[in-house]
Design a binder for this molecule. Structure first.
Ligand code: NAD
Length: 359
């Protein structure tokens, strides 16, 4: 197989997803204009209960283009919430969604679009990146299922770094590391290609520079701008290529032990990267270069130490018996990973993460 710059695989498929992105400080002031562009005249404005005030501010800003505010979005997109939101949308004959928030609010908007085909304008306020992916996870009866369909891809996304400034550091740190995890796995994904790898490396570099600054100075607008830029790119990576051991492990641990999404990704990415250190050496060299370090997994570990509260699986609440169960589940269905996934290998990885050791 031909190899290009940076060890890129030069036989590839590149699937670009359509999206209109408006990025910049103050970009939120273009919401009304962008709703008009999408011909949305009666929007359902979505947020979590915590962000109802900001949803109200947006509703005020867009005047009679806001038909109703629904501040009921919840983690993991519960189907009951979607059904209530759909009723609210139908009650006012909504003709589009305006979502202001993180991955949970974007998830609700996508769930509505999946069922109605309504156009979506998303205004992210975390670094989750969901707004760039055709992926939707939904929970029903305690079971989470994931679909990949372009029906849920938002038409327009407005990124305004002033909106991520209100995140406390215990949310922004893990949220940024979660974005980095998308990019790290994108670099060794089965479907990796030179364009997506370029975005992934750039995103790790931007987030790697910005996150430590944000931990010391949470209001720093320049750092928010760089972090949000990195998060956008990471979302593009997640939406374009398949993920590997890290996402599988986090899905298993999160689902079985109900561990918090972003905190778990933040903690686990150095260990997942170390698992693939030799098998994906070119990807790891790019991670190291992006972070200005010698070794990718070690640099991710240092960044994780600076950006997260929970520094081991033990601190996140896992018990030693959980490690065996998680290792068992992680190898149940085969999936792509640069290094073959074995029960012993995964058990060892989890043990290190449990103790919080440098990988
Ligand atoms: P989230 O949306 O649940 O937000 C976490 C908390 O932070 C909420 O209470 C929210 O109200 C608050 N918050 C959000 N922005 C804030 C701000 N600027 N200031 C203060 N508080 C703020 O968390 P998340 O990490 O953004 O998203 C996690 C969810 O997104 C998970 O359900 C995950 O599965 C999903 N997700 C999906 C995809 C995808 O492609 N489908 C990608 C990434 C994440």
């Amino acid at each position: 197989m031909a190899t290009g710059p940076n060890g890129n695989n030069m036989e590839f498929v590149y699937n670009a997803h359509p999206a209109r992105v408006i990025f910049g400080v103050g970009a939120r002031n273009k919401v009304a204009e962008e709703l008009d562009r999408l011909n949305i005249k009666r929007a359902i404005v979505l947020s979590t209960p915590d962000q109802s005030l900001i949803a109200g501010e947006f509703a005020k800003m867009i005047g009679d283009r806001a038909a109703i505010v629904y501040p009921g979005a919840a983690q993991h997109t519960p189907v009951e919430v979607t059904e209530t939101a759909l009723q609210a949308a139908e009650s006012v004959h909504a003709d589009g969604c305006l979502a202001i928030g993180g991955g949970s609010t974007t998830g609700l908007s996508k769930a509505i679009a999946l069922r109605t085909d309504l156009p979506q304008l998303i205004v992210p306020t975390t670094f989750a990146g969901s707004e760039m992916t055709p992926i939707i996870g939904q929970t029903e009866g305690g079971r989470k299922t994931t679909q990949n369909t372009t029906k849920v891809l938002p038409e327009t996304v407005i990124y305004d770094p002033e909106l991520t400034r209100t995140m406390p550091t215990f949310i922004s740190g893990p949220s940024g590391m979660n974005a980095i995890a998308h990019s790290v796995e994108g670099l060794y994904a089965k479907e990796r290609n030179p364009i997506i790898s370029m975005m992934a490396e750039e995103s790790i570099a931007a987030l790697g520079r910005a996150l430590p600054v944000l931990m010391d100075d949470p209001d720093n607008l320049e750092a928010h701008t760089h972090a949000l830029y990195g998060a956008w790119l990471a979302g593009c990576v997640l939406g374009a290529v398949g993920m590997a051991i890290h996402h599988k492990l986090c899905h298993t641990l999160g689902g079985t032990f109900n561990l918090p999404h972003a905190d778990l990704h933040a903690l686990m990415i150095p260990y997942s990267a170390a698992y693939n250190r030799e098998a994906a050496s070119e990807a790891m060299a790019r991670v190291a270069r992006a972070l200005g370090a010698q070794d990718g997994p070690s640099a991710l570990f240092d960044l994780m130490q600076k950006t997260t509260r929970h520094k081991s699986l033990k601190e996140l609440g896992l018990t030693p018996s959980g490690l065996d169960k998680a290792a068992e589940q992680a190898v149940q269905n085969p999936y792509y990973n640069p290094r073959p996934v074995t029960r012993e290998g995964v058990r060892e990885l989890l043990e290190k993460a449990y103790l919080g050791e440098r990988p």
